[in-house]
Design a binder for this molecule. Structure first.
Ligand SMILES: [Mg+2]
Length: 384
């Protein structure tokens, strides 16, 4: 079975663009993948178009070999844009192989290790009484793990990190008091702080308030996390932006991260995800996958999570307190993963278990989008 065509579909679904990729074969079987760069999708499409020049005609089953060829067969290998393209192609090839062999993708990854996939949810309200009400609603609906957002998180222009630290810490403390000891509670800081600001935030809370802090600082400098570790004992959840096993490597080998926020659509697809999971398993680190994209990402991540030993929770952005997409996508994604309470079932449909109305997809326009360019009060740029 040979690859015959690769079609990128950049489409706006609800509040954000998705970059879906269809890989076709000469035997009529096709697969779907998704790319997770989350912005600047046209750069990724350029990479996909380049790859398709020589991928057409290649054997669709040789996924591992094609991954090596895609990643290594250029002098300046890797990088987030190229690997976002590789990720989508790799996921689509797994979909094809599963469909061709009439097995769900998790069978290609070693088989199922669990019966369902636990998820964690995110409160959508800013720190305050409504956030705590939402957290309680999540507990009532069956979630035992959840994530809060810091104060000022929704700002589209002005963001002065220091101004939000005390407010965020205050409401984390109140949330823990109200929710009790059993709920797993975290916060996602979207890498908006410095080491000093992160330390101030963490040190304002009694020990045990948070079970994890996600990306307090940027990830380019692992030793900055070592510095932060000396200033707090809250477990770190890091990794959604990593685009290879080599980016995970110092974080795993030096025991910096405690939860691996892997994104199958950014790290290099299922092929690379399984290797990262193996590295993490050797350090007793659980995978806690990033999943704010579309149903193809969710489906691929379910198969990944089903097939590994070291898994905690999969991010879900659909819950009684958050409908992140703000859009009913069921007329586009006819068959897609659906939450059953706080868990995602593992279906045995061959391939990923995704059915897309391609005609409808063709009418779903792409919309240029640039992430907010946040500025501090003095006019300087700060992280979004
Ligand atoms: Mg995050």
């Amino acid at each position: 079975m040979k690859i015959s065509k690769i079609i990128p579909y950049p489409v706006k679904v609800g509040i954000r663009n998705q970059l879906l990729v269809k890989v076709e074969t000469d035997e009529g079987i096709f697969g779907w993948g998704e790319s997770g760069l989350s912005g600047r999708e046209k750069a990724v499409i350029g990479a996909i178009e380049h790859f398709s020049e020589w991928l057409v005609g290649k054997p669709a089953f040789q996924i591992g070999s094609l991954w090596q060829e895609l990643y290594r067969s250029q002098y300046f290998e890797g990088g987030r844009v190229l690997v976002a393209a590789i990720s989508a192609i790799d996921i689509a090839l797994h979909d094809i192989k599963g469909k061709a062999l009439q097995v769900p993708v998790y069978e290609l990854l070693g088989g199922k290790q669990r019966d369902f996939i636990l998820t964690f949810a995110t409160t959508s309200a800013p720190p305050g009484p409504e956030m705590i009400d939402q957290a309680k609603q999540l507990v009532e609906a069956g979630w035992n793990a959840m994530r809060l957002s810091p104060s000022g998180h929704g700002s589209k222009d002005l963001y002065e990190p220091r101004e939000h630290v005390a407010e965020s810490a205050k409401w984390c403390i109140k949330a823990r008091e109200q929710l009790g000891e059993k709920v797993v509670l975290g916060i996602d800081y979207h890498h908006r702080l410095t080491v000093a600001e992160s330390a101030s935030f963490c040190q304002k809370m009694p020990r045990g308030t948070l079970d994890f802090i996600e990306e307090p600082i940027r990830d380019e400098c692992p030793s900055a996390y070592h510095a932060l570790r000396k200033l707090t004992d809250i477990p770190f959840a890091i990794g959604e932006e990593f685009a290879s096993k080599w980016q995970f490597q110092p974080y795993v080998e030096e025991d910096i991260l405690q939860f691996a926020r892997i994104d199958v659509c950014n790290v290099g697809g299922l092929t690379e995800s399984m290797k990262v999971a193996g590295c993490c398993e050797s350090h007793y680190i659980d995978m806690m996958p990033h999943n704010p994209l579309g149903p193809v990402c969710t489906a691929a991540t379910i198969h990944f999570a089903a097939a590994i030993a070291n898994f905690s929770w999969l991010e879900t952005r659909a819950s009684p307190v958050e409908q992140y997409l703000g859009f009913d996508d069921s007329e586009i994604f006819l068959e897609q993963p659906r939450l059953n309470g706080a868990v995602l079932p593992i279906t045995s449909t061959p391939g990923l278990g995704i059915t897309i109305d391609e005609k409808r997809l063709q009418h779903q326009a792409f919309e240029f989008w640039e992430a907010p360019h946040l500025r501090r009060r003095d006019g300087s740029i700060t992280n979004w």
